[in-house]
Design a protein around this ligand. Structure first.
Ligand SMILES: [Zn+2]
Length: 457
């Protein structure tokens, strides 16, 4: 079955290139691949067990003709810039290649539409997808070896048909952990104290919330990496596994075969874990299991789609969790957004307008030691060499951290409004996400324009 699939893939690939009159280099490589696949008789089945199609095809494919070289260039360029994903988008007559760095698109290049078929075929082979299928969406994965860093990178490939052909998005997941500590992802010292306190608990639920691409996974992994795997049984359920932490049991869930977060969590609980990370709470059953686990001696971390810390409380209620269970399980909600950091080498200082200064000080005055000397910064247009002429370099998080205090408990149990919850949380010491962002403006890490863009007026 498995060999049939490889053979089918190879044949489809060859058919596509035959139709296109391939260059001698490609023909030569195709001959090598054909021989390689011919060499695999059925008696070699045992040898192939546990080897994914991607493992076989990746090293061969990478050396192929110009299309492969171009793809290699794209990956190298994207990785050297610290990109998170690559987008290959066809339109009527061109093929646009863009890479996303720090949340913003950079154009890699535009190619004639004739490049589309071989490039997408190449990506499909690399990620073990059906080459002949061009009408339905497909998801695949592969591993890429980045020669520059010597590290392996997991590629998550998603293909979806558009009216101009297939659009491909490749997510780059660095295998080797490049974990950052909580401070370096933008957690302020006063918030660090809250997080540390709750990480010392033996049980409870910690939720990270925010839209897609707000850095929730990075925060989760930064928290997980604070535990000693030799002292704790740490297990995760993820989709996909984005980083690997030594000593942590990472499990990839697979909804396509019916292995979802809820199934995984039920099985995991039989393995006596101390710390559990559930990639995402999407449904009532997972929410209920996560809550139950967190009140029966486990420290559970997860993410949930919600706009703010206070909204999360309502979201849990909407998922059918009894308010009493919410108050007895939930310890901490971290809401976050990502923003571009100013390049420290070329940022430009300026004295803020008096009215703006007054507004800012009315919110975060207690954190500013010398209000008269208050300076803001903005990005230098055209940047410098060190930031690739962008004026920004790297990203930081804006955070809002809500603790389950006695006051919040009472309000949750009495079904209080969002406003009441917010007032109570701030009274209990919560720094709102807007204030967290403004503190970073005063610290010179981000511009006021960026805060307005990320959080709105
Ligand atoms: Zn710069």
């Amino acid at each position: 079955m498995f060999l049939d699939f490889i053979w089918y893939t190879a044949c489809s690939f060859i058919r596509i290139f035959q139709n296109m009159t391939p260059s001698p280099t490609i023909q030569n490589t195709l001959a090598k691949i054909t021989n390689a696949f011919h060499g695999m008789g059925k008696k070699n089945d045992i040898l192939m067990q546990g080897v994914s199609p991607a493992d076989i095809s990746a090293p061969i494919q990478m050396k192929m003709g110009n299309v492969a070289m171009e793809l290699d260039n794209i990956f190298s360029k994207a990785l050297s810039l610290g990109a998170s994903d690559i987008h290959i988008e066809p339109d009527e007559d061109t093929l646009l290649l863009r890479i996303r760095v720090d949340g913003r698109f950079m154009e890699y290049g535009r190619f004639p539409n004739s490049e589309k078929a071989p490039l997408i075929a190449k990506i499909k082979i690399l990620s073990s997808l059906k080459i002949d299928e061009q009408r339905l969406p497909q998801d695949g994965k592969a591993t890429y070896h980045d020669a520059a860093s010597g590290k392996n990178v997991d590629l998550r490939v998603s293909i979806i048909p558009t009216i101009y052909g297939e659009k491909v998005v490749i997510r780059l997941l660095r295998k080797e952990s490049e974990l950052m500590d909580l401070r370096s992802i933008g957690v302020l010292p006063m918030n660090m104290v809250k997080i540390k306190k709750h990480l010392e608990n033996q049980f409870g639920l910690v939720l990270i919330v925010g839209p897609t691409g707000s850095g929730k996974s990075t925060t989760l992994y930064s928290m997980l990496s604070r535990f000693d795997p030799e002292e704790k049984n740490i297990s995760t359920l993820e989709d996909p596994v984005e980083y690997r932490i030594k000593g942590v049991n990472h499990t990839q869930i697979n909804p396509q075969i019916g292995f979802n977060f809820a199934d995984g969590l039920r099985s995991l609980l039989r393995q006596d874990p101390d710390v559990i990370m559930v990639g995402e709470i999407r449904d009532s059953e997972t929410a209920r299991l996560a809550v139950e686990a967190s009140i029966t001696g486990h420290l559970v971390f997860s993410t949930i789609h919600a706009n703010s810390t206070v909204n999360t409380l309502q979201r849990l209620t909407n998922l059918g969790i009894d308010p009493l269970l919410i108050t007895s399980s939930l310890r901490l909600i971290v809401s976050q957004r990502l923003a571009r950091k100013l390049c420290p080498h070329c940022k430009v200082a300026y004295k803020p307008d008096e009215s703006i200064k007054k507004k800012v000080l009315s919110r975060i005055g207690k954190y500013v030691s010398d209000p008269d000397e208050l300076m803001f910064y903005h990005a230098l247009e055209g940047g410098c060499e060190k930031c690739g002429h962008k004026g920004h370099k790297g990203r930081t998080g804006f955070f809002e951290i809500l603790e389950m205090t006695e006051g919040i408990e009472k309000l949750v149990l009495s079904h209080a409004s969002k406003t009441q919850l917010e007032i109570q949380a701030v009274g209990d010491g919560m720094i709102t996400i807007k204030d967290d962002a403004l503190i970073k403006v005063v610290l010179g890490e981000v511009s006021l324009e960026e805060v307005l863009q990320v959080l709105g007026g």
